[in-house]
Design a protein around this ligand. Structure first.
Ligand SMILES: [Zn+2]
Length: 115
């Protein structure tokens, strides 16, 4: 793999695809092994203006989120990951700094290894 000129800090998401029934999102960050992340995690860490204040405070109560969120579709725009959820149709936004969090979060239940 050619890593010349690749930024060493914030990884850039190259692509993201929902898997099987939409409970799992397959994320491919540049320079890292692909990661399997649960839909719930992405929803919990949404950084859209409806969910997150500029100071980092959450604007929603986790207990008010749909119990079993499913990813309808996911796309990367300008390094941000936009994920549309069912059943509520919410579009979650993960900025590059949130993606960092994703890569560091060792509590994630699933992670692709050895690829
Ligand atoms: Zn949101």
């Amino acid at each position: 793999m050619n890593v010349e000129g690749m930024a060493t800090q914030a990884p850039v998401i190259l692509s993201a695809q929902p898997h099987s029934d939409g409970s799992i999102l397959f994320v491919s960050p540049g320079g890292h092994v692909p990661i399997l992340v649960t839909a719930t995690w992405v929803r919990d860490h949404c950084g859209c203006p409806e969910c997150l204040q500029p100071n980092g405070q959450r604007l929603f109560d986790v207990s008010n989120l749909p119990e079993d969120p499913r990813v309808e579709r996911s796309e990367v725009v300008d390094g941000r990951l936009f994920t549309t959820f069912q059943p509520d149709g919410h579009i979650a936004m993960l900025s590059p700094s949130r993606v960092d969090l994703l890569l560091e979060d060792s509590t994630l239940p699933m992670r692709a290894r050895g690829q």
